[in-house]
Design a protein around this ligand. Structure first.
Ligand code: ZN
Length: 61
């Protein structure tokens, strides 16, 4: 799927722009233009430390 046609409108695909980098200060990891996230995979992982399929404390959810 190419997008090299000289048109005005971009293709209706989840394009978030080129040249984006991780939103974490100091992190220059590039993000894919199709990646809806604002952080790189590394910092995205630490954003949800409690979501590993486990419960930290039963009854304290
Ligand atoms: Zn990052």
């Amino acid at each position: 799927m190419k997008a090299t046609r000289p048109g005005h409108l971009p293709p209706p695909s989840p394009d978030h722009g080129q040249g984006r980098v991780c939103a974490v200060p100091g992190c220059a990891t590039r993000l894919s233009r199709y990646n809806p996230k604002r952080n790189c995979w590394l910092h995205t992982e630490i954003t949800f430390p409690n979501y590993r399929g486990k419960r930290l404390a039963p009854g304290k959810a």
